[in-house]
Design a protein around this ligand. Structure first.
Ligand SMILES: [Cu+2]
Length: 103
């Protein structure tokens, strides 16, 4: 019985519904222009184009620069704070994605 309670406590400590949110890049566009996610979720940026993309966020909420990477590869970011992220590609500035991060 004590062991069961301990296991339940461990489960409760994990984020309730941490999930992966995949956004592909194809034809110099993100697969969506806006996406909602939760703190603790992971954004997965998959490059489906036969050239490099370089995904970055300069939003105060959470800044990152994933570097340039080729077709078939993905880069991941765990969302750390609630707020809005304006995301672009450093190589193709017309590629824009807004991520609304909620608690
Ligand atoms: Cu690009």
């Amino acid at each position: 019985m004590i062991r069961l309670i301990a296991a339940a406590a461990v489960l409760a400590a994990l984020p309730a519904s941490a999930t992966e949110v995949e956004v592909a890049q194809k034809n110099k566009k993100f697969s969506t222009t806006a996406v909602k996610a939760k703190v603790g979720d992971t954004l997965v940026f998959r490059n489906d184009d036969p050239f490099f993309h370089n995904i970055f966020s300069l939003s105060d909420t959470q800044s990152f620069d994933l570097g340039s990477y080729p077709q078939g590869e993905s880069r991941k970011v765990v969302l750390k704070k609630e707020g809005t992220l304006e995301i672009e590609c450093a190589i193709h500035p017309d590629m824009k994605l807004k991520v609304q991060v909620e608690k």
